[in-house]
Design a protein around this ligand. Structure first.
Ligand SMILES: Nc1nc2c(c(=O)[nH]1)N[C@H]1C(S)=C(S)[C@@H](COP(=O)(O)O)O[C@H]1N2
Ligand SMILES: [Mo]
Length: 197
C-alpha cells in the first residue's frame, strides 16, 4: 500500500487544490526541450558539494536503495494540478543522510540530462515526500515524464522536480536554476501562488 501524502496541503492552506489551479485527469508533458536519451550502462547519479562523502551510483546501485511508494498531488505552475499520482523512489532525506550534509549547507541544486537545473532551500528538500522516483502508478517512469529518474515535489510547483535527474549539489550559498533565472519563484509554494519572483 502506498503512503498517502495528499493531505500535506493542510500544512499550507485550506484547500487541496491550490488557488488559481484547475484539476486535470490527464498527465500533460511539460519539458523545456526534447526528451533526452540515456544509457543504462553509463548512467551515473552523483551527490556533490557540501557533504562529508561525495556519492556516485550506477543505475543498478540506485535501484537497490531502500525505496517507498507514495500517493501524491502534482501542481504545475502553468495552472493544472493532477491528484493521486503514485510515485516510487528514494526519499531525499535518505540520500542526504548517506552523504552527510555539512552544517553550513543551505541550498540544493538539481541537475538533469537535458541541462535543466532547479534549486530549492535545503529545508524544502529534507521532506519524505521529495522522492527520486523511477516508477509511476506501478510502471517504469515513462521517458517523457522523466524516466529513468525524476524528482517530485508535491509541496511545491512541479518545476522544482527535475525530470531525468542525474545529480544534486549541496550549496552553502543559494544559486538559481533554469526557470528561477528566468523569473520563476525560488520558493514556489502553490498555496501562496508563488509563481514568479
Ligand atoms: N529536466 C527537466 N525537468 C523538468 C522540466 C524540464 O523541462 N526538464 N520541466 C518542469 C516542469 S515546468 C514541470 S510542470 C514538470 C512536468 O512534468 P511532466 O512532464 O511529467 O508533467 O517537470 C519539471 N521538470
Ligand atoms: Mo511546470
Amino acid at each position: 500500500m502506498p503512503t498517502d501524502v495528499t493531505d500535506l496541503y493542510q500544512e499550507f492552506g485550506d484547500d487541496r487544490l491550490p488557488p488559481g489551479q484547475r484539476e486535470t485527469t490527464a498527465f500533460p508533458v511539460l519539458s523545456k526541450s526534447a526528451t533526452p536519451t540515456w544509457d543504462r550502462d553509463t548512467w551515473e547519479f552523483t551527490v556533490t558539494g557540501a557533504v562529508d562523502t561525495e556519492l556516485s551510483f550506477s543505475w543498478e546501485e540506485f535501484r537497490d536503495l531502500p525505496h517507498e511508494t507514495q500517493r501524491q498531488d502534482f501542481h504545475c505552475v502553468t495552472g493544472w494540478s493532477k491528484f493521486d499520482c503514485e510515485f516510487t523512489g528514494v526519499p531525499f532525506p535518505d540520500l542526504a543522510e548517506r552523504a552527510g550534509v555539512h552544517g553550513d549547507a543551505c541550498h540544493v541544486m538539481f541537475s538533469a540530462l537535458d541541462d535543466y537545473t532547479t534549486d530549492l532551500p535545503l529545508e524544502e528538500c529534507m521532506r519524505e515526500e521529495v522522492l527520486f522516483a523511477w516508477a509511476y502508478d506501478g510502471e517504469s517512469l515513462p521517458a517523457d515524464h522523466g524516466g529513468p529518474l525524476r524528482v517530485v515535489t508535491p509541496h511545491r510547483y512541479a518545476y522544482k522536480g527535475a525530470k531525468w535527474v542525474d545529480g544534486i549539489e549541496f550549496l552553502t550559498d543559494p544559486e538559481r536554476g533554469y526557470w528561477e533565472k528566468r523569473g520563476y519563484s525560488q520558493t514556489a509554494n502553490p498555496w501562496r501562488e508563488e509563481r514568479y519572483s
